[in-house]
Design a protein around this ligand. Structure first.
Ligand code: SAM
Length: 236
């Protein structure tokens, strides 16, 4: 945790005094091992970053006076559209997307997404936000990505995707594509990543018909967790 993410409900005084318990208190005591008067990097969710000076600390509570004067880092100009992966993978991908600065994530159904994945408790907003918060704390960011669930492939591609890709470079990551994935785009992108078994030909054709280019990272088939950071690093 390189930044302690604060929420409005943590503030006990309007002049910037916060009180922490639970996971963040445990981390500060056991990992950061701070004492009274030490300073910590903090940030208000969807707000500024700054410094918190510890004013009280014991087994059950930590209090800090915080100053939040610095803007969070710039986001990546990408919409990440991800065929819904299995829950365990989803948690890790959400976290790493948040670490890398993705601010819009769309989880998409398609033929090779197992139906049971949509029943996962990890798709509840609270569970999603928990992973995103861990990513923000790692990266020293505060801006929570927006995550949208798109449970139907065809209406998504026909009705939503054309609007989403406007003014962006729309790319489908596809191992079999002939075109190499571009490097350092210098502009906004929409990046679509397939499921574990890959998109079926019908889906590839629908995405292509919508204007998306198919691009590859080469002959090695990466798992989704590896493909997401590899593609984002290459594009940005
Ligand atoms: N057998 C599947 C196929 O050939 O599409 C493999 C799917 S892979 C495990 C999951 C997703 O990661 C793919 O749909 C693609 O979006 C992305 N991916 C994996 N390796 C890639 C590569 N070498 N180039 C581009 N995208 C890749």
């Amino acid at each position: 945790m390189n930044l302690i993410l604060l929420f409005n409900e943590d503030f006990i005084e309007p002049n910037g005094r916060v009180r922490l318990t639970g996971r963040r208190l445990k981390h500060v005591r056991e990992v950061l091992r701070v004492s009274v008067n030490d300073e910590l990097c903090v940030g208000l969710v969807n707000g500024n970053i700054g410094v918190g000076r510890v004013t009280a600390l014991d087994d059950s509570v930590l209090e800090m006076d915080v100053r939040l004067e610095q803007a969070p880092p710039l986001p990546l100009t990408v919409t990440l559209i991800l065929a819904l992966p299995r829950p365990k993978v989803l948690r890790r991908v959400l976290r790493s997307a948040a670490v890398l600065g993705v601010k819009r994530i769309m989880l998409l159904n398609c033929f090779r997404v197992e139906k049971s994945f949509w029943q996962s408790p990890f798709l509840e907003q609270e569970a999603i936000n928990e992973q995103l918060a861990l990513g923000l704390e790692q990266a020293r960011d505060t801006v929570l990505p927006a995550v949208t669930l798109c449970r139907q492939f065809k209406p998504f591609v026909e009705d939503m995707l054309p609007g989403l890709i406007q003014n962006t470079i729309p790319l489908v990551a596809h191992p079999a594509a002939e075109a190499p994935c571009p490097r350092a785009l210098g502009g906004a992108a929409t990046l679509i990543i397939g499921p574990e078994g890959g998109f079926i030909p019908y889906e590839i054709e629908k995405l292509r018909a919508c204007g998306c280019a198919l691009v590859s990272l080469g002959e090695r088939i990466l798992n989704v967790e590896t493909a997401v950071p590899a593609l984002l690093s290459r594009l940005f």
